[in-house]
Design a protein around this ligand. Structure first.
Ligand SMILES: Cc1cc2nc3c(=O)[nH]c(=O)nc-3n(C[C@H](O)[C@H](O)[C@H](O)COP(=O)(O)OP(=O)(O)OC[C@H]3O[C@@H](n4cnc5c(N)ncnc54)[C@H](O)[C@@H]3O)c2cc1C
Length: 487
């Protein structure tokens, strides 16, 4: 029997963020006859991805670019015909600043996320004390840990590079990405390549220096900015392109999935809205379901079906952030802004996690003569700030930015946009990989039910896309296996 004969197959995707949309798109790509419904209670697709065009500015309200070392983001853009819209970070600004005692310093050139690749910039940086530098250099000689046990990022970095490098360099860099508590963040589930470097080369410095010899980003610092890209029209254009490839009517916005249950060989979903709230709840039945909502929502849906898997999934905590985007006239800011942005260590006790020089990173985001800044607050460090209203956040943020960037007291932002993202960032705590492994192992016993989303293999957009696409492929492979008696 061919796939064409299976065209009555109905698949539900729960959640219309990038994970769910990538899943739905992959289903259509591989099996155009597949009947798909993507449910999302929001009034627009994309989940946290949201680009706003206002007053000549392009504002990314959450994610603003994605890494290309995982291929799934770029590959999807190409398949959607967006390859000509992919743009790179401004080459001359590929460096990061770090705050030390209320002032901005350049992160040592070649310091990439967790370890130095060049010794001279480390030796002369004013960020570390002479003892801190010596302790970091001793990393070369510290014997590697060879056992398999997971470890927190804080423990790993302190063990290898010392407390100063952790507190003044690594903690702020990693916090800005994961909005997490470093004492609990899992090394294995986030930056496991550093653990592999320790095992294979005995030292991070040795491993990084060997790897860097042949690479072009040895002068960058912070994240590997040459590896990041965005889309000229903003990341919402990826969402739009995905949604446009789905069959008409497939996207069911304003519709929340309230319950999941087994109904003979199928899955029954209980749905809420749009439409009158009275009357019996609406239910629909599907051959297969992909859960691509935030993992705490997927856990609740899973609970009646497999309480054990649900409990494990529900134990994945989430942090939240808020992003305050501000614009100023360029001549109102004294700092040269010759970088991608600045990160703020927890030891500075500042309300802000990081500030991104958004229109330096990607020049098209602000009109000539204007600068767009994105300030991150909240995270595991100050979770209460993630939901603080703009009227309270703005003075707090401006109070930090003025002395840091040299913005005069008279200068007022000519544009402000605040986006709140409570409970959106899964926290990959120590043991996360094993936890997710247990959930997926139990779900493998539930036919035609798959999980996707940012709690599985990484929070970045390419990883989310990958989980969605894999879920779709597994659904179709299972269908093929049942149809083809030889399989
Ligand atoms: C502030 C911020 C900045 C970030 N920056 C970057 C970055 O620069 N680069 C990068 O690669 N990544 C970044 N990320 C991470 C990345 O953007 C996210 O991990 C990714 O977009 C999550 O996609 P998702 O589809 O898994 O989840 P979401 O986007 O959360 O989508 C889940 C969807 O499920 C829906 N839903 C909820 N409940 C139900 C229900 N009961 N029924 C049906 N649907 C439901 C929600 O409405 C939502 O639309 C950032 C994230 C945040 C929050």
């Amino acid at each position: 029997m061919s796939r064409e004969q299976t065209n009555s197959r109905r698949v539900a995707v729960v959640g219309g963020g990038v994970s769910g949309l990538a899943a739905a798109h992959r289903l259509v790509e591989l099996d155009p006859a597949c009947r798909i419904a993507v449910f999302d209670p929001a009034g627009r697709p994309g989940g946290v991805l949201s680009t706003v065009h206002e007053d000549g500015f392009q504002v990314e309200q959450s994610a603003d670019n994605f890494i290309t070392t995982f291929p799934w983001g770029l590959a999807l853009c190409s398949r959607l015909g967006l390859q000509d819209d992919v743009i790179q970070t401004t080459p001359q600004y590929r460096r990061t600043f770090v705050v030390r005692r209320g002032r901005l310093y350049k992160l040592p050139d070649g310091f990439l996320m967790m370890a130095p690749t060049r010794m001279w910039p480390m030796a002369v940086t004013p960020i570390l004390s002479p003892w801190g530098k010596l302790r970091a250099a001793l990393e070369y000689f510290i014997p590697p840990r060879r056992d398999e046990a997971d470890e927190s990022m804080a423990a790993f970095v302190r063990r290898r590079l010392g407390r100063e490098v952790f507190e003044r360099l690594v903690e702020p860099l990693v916090s800005a990405v994961y909005a997490a508590d470093m004492e609990r963040l899992s090394l294995d589930a986030t930056l496991s390549r550093f653990r592999e470097m320790e095992r294979e080369h005995g030292s991070l410095i040795r491993a990084m220096r060997r790897a860097m010899k042949s690479r072009r980003h040895a002068k960058e610092s912070g994240a590997r900015y040459s590896m990041f890209v965005t889309l000229r029209q903003g990341l919402s254009s990826l969402v739009g392109a995905l949604a446009a490839r789905l069959p008409q009517g497939a996207l069911r916005l304003g519709t929340e999935v309230r319950r999941l249950e087994r109904a003979n060989d199928a899955w029954r979903l209980t749905l809420a809205g749009p439409g009158p709230a009275e009357g019996p709840p609406l239910t629909e039945t599907f051959d297969a379901v992909i859960l691509a909502a935030p993992s705490h929502v997927s856990a609740e849906l899973l609970r009646p079906v497999d309480p054990e898997a649900a409990a494990d999934l529900a134990a994945v905590e989430h942090s939240g952030t808020a992003i305050v985007t501000l614009a100023f006239a360029r001549d109102e800011i004294a700092h040269p802004l010759h970088g991608m942005g600045a990160v703020v260590p927890a030891i500075e006790q500042s309300p802000i996690l990081a500030v991104s020089f958004s229109s330096q990173k990607y020049a098209h985001r602000a009109p000539d003569g204007k600068v767009l800044l994105r300030v991150f607050v909240g995270g595991a460090r100050r979770h209460e700030l993630a939901e603080m209203p703009e009227r309270k956040l703005l003075p707090l943020v401006l109070g930090e930015l003025r002395p840091l960037l040299g913005i005069g007291i008279q200068a007022k932002p000519c544009y402000v946009n605040t986006a709140h993202w409570p409970r959106t960032m899964p926290q990959y705590h120590v043991g996360h990989r094993q936890r997710i492994g247990r959930v997926l192992a139990r779900m493998a016993a539930l036919p035609n039910l798959e999980l996707a989303g940012n709690a599985l293999e990484g929070v970045g957009i390419p990883n989310c896309i990958h989980t969605g696409e894999l879920a779709a492929e597994r659904i179709l492979a299972a269908a093929d296996a049942r149809i083809d008696p030889k399989a």
